[in-house]
Design a protein around this ligand. Structure first.
Ligand code: NIG
Ligand code: FE
Length: 405
């Protein structure tokens, strides 16, 4: 594979070596050798170090940044819920639909019916779309199987979908996404199944790094989350949690005490939560695309988390019910309009902060030798990236020694 040289970069945006500052530089180039960044910065300097005959990509005066990291997705599922979205438009709420057998359990039915090969195929197509939108690292949760066999099938499909794909996938076990129909009258029995059978089976196959629990009204209680997380920790999983999307059950403190690396949603969170997140060196992952798609008016309070000094990431929560969108540029405009985030804050929340929650922040602190994950846009500045909305501004993505456009 030839090396890659991006020339005529109008604005290059990257993080300072400590990750604290965002640096914006004009008239730059970036040189990739063997899939790793070799040098970047002033075009004259970079060009003076080029040897051999790299493939040149002319950025034509446009913006270049690190590519996006989506640290909360439900990548793998079968079936569609467009008819449910219609019911929501017509007035039913997300929780009402779920209580009437729709919602997560409707996707569970279609995902159980799908073969592993079908799930791989569906997920590959979504990954291709995500890459076109500039995302190069994706966390992917199970949670639409809810039997040991179907959860393993989802995780295996996740692994296969990621094989030889430019996107790096980080798998998460989410057996505690909903109580399946067959355990409706026996919640404890389902939590037992997760702890005694599913978690050990997932561990044995080594196909998930994280364990997640949907702890909220209509889902799992704080006590149930605590049981599942305690068992998951014993087995060596790291923890992520869905919390406070619909109601604050006071689970953030508990998840932080158990060492969760990320707590996600946080729409109903308060200052105590923000403080607990900060003290635990956990990452607050906000999912404003979900609030938007659910048509709700109350968004997670970005400024409150920032004010407490917590790390804040933003992810897509791509899923068929509450957030049917994996394009982080679409989420970015929601961050700007409803969360009042600046372009710098948005880029940070979609690159280095989610990477931190996935234990990969180091790879987003650019220096010689880090893997190339670079977006080239068709706009000239960071401000322009978050301005015309509803269009994909990514012209191409360099991942390792490949260029995808
Ligand atoms: O993040 N929170 C849990 N799950 C999703 C909804 C999934 C679905 O509706 O299928 C969420 O909102
Ligand atoms: Fe989710």
């Amino acid at each position: 594979m030839p090396d890659t040289l991006i020339t005529n970069i109008g604005e290059l945006v990257y993080f300072s070596p400590s990750g604290e500052k965002l640096i914006r530089e004009k008239n730059c180039a970036l040189y990739v050798v063997d899939g790793l960044i070799r040098s970047f910065g002033s075009q004259d300097e970079v060009l003076s170090n080029v040897s051999g005959n790299p493939k040149e990509i002319d950025a034509r005066g446009c913006l270049v940044t690190p590519s996006f990291v989506d640290c909360h997705t439900h990548l793998v599922f079968a079936g569609k819920r467009a008819y449910e979205f219609r019911r929501r438009i017509e007035g039913e709420s997300y929780l009402e639909i779920a209580e009437r057998g729709g919602g997560i359990l409707s996707t569970v039915r279609s995902t159980r019916e799908a073969s592993e090969e079908q799930l791989v195929e569906i997920a590959r197509r979504r990954l291709d779309g995500m890459l076109r939108c500039g995302t190069s690292v994706v966390e992917a949760k199970s949670g639409y199987g809810l039997t040991t066999e179907d959860e393993l099938k989802m995780l295996s499909a996740t692994e296969k979908a990621g094989r030889d794909h430019p996107i790096e996938i980080i798998p998460t076990f989410l057996g505690a996404h909903a109580i399946p129909q067959e355990y409706k009258e026996d919640r404890e029995g389902y939590v037992d199944l997760i702890c005694d059978e599913m978690l050990p089976a997932v561990k044995e196959q080594g196909i998930a790094k994280y364990c997640d629990v949907f702890c909220d009204k209509g889902a799992f209680t704080v006590n149930e989350m605590e049981r599942i997380f305690t068992r998951a920790k014993e087995l060596g999983f790291e923890l992520r949690a869905h919390l406070n999307e619909f109601e604050n059950l006071d689970g953030v403190r508990v998840a932080c005490e158990l060492g969760a690396v990320s707590v996600d949603h946080l729409t109903k969170s308060d200052r105590d939560d923000a403080e607990a997140i900060k003290d635990a060196d956990c990452v607050a992952v906000l999912l404003p695309g979900t609030t938007f798609f659910l048509g709700e008016s109350e968004y997670a309070d970005y400024r409150m988390f920032k004010g407490e000094g917590s790390r804040v990431a933003v992810a897509s929560d791509f899923n068929p019910g509450s957030s049917m969108c994996y394009c982080l540029q679409s989420v970015a405009i929601i961050c700007a309009v409803y969360l009042g985030m600046t372009p710098e804050e948005i880029l940070r929340a979609m690159t280095i902060e989610p990477a931190y929650s996935l234990g990969m922040a180091d790879e987003f602190l650019w220096r010689e030798g880090v893997p190339a994950r670079v977006n080239i846009y068709d706009v000239e500045t960071l401000e322009e990236l978050i301005y015309p909305w509803g269009v994909n501004h990514v012209r191409g993505v360099v991942v390792g020694d490949g260029y995808f456009s």
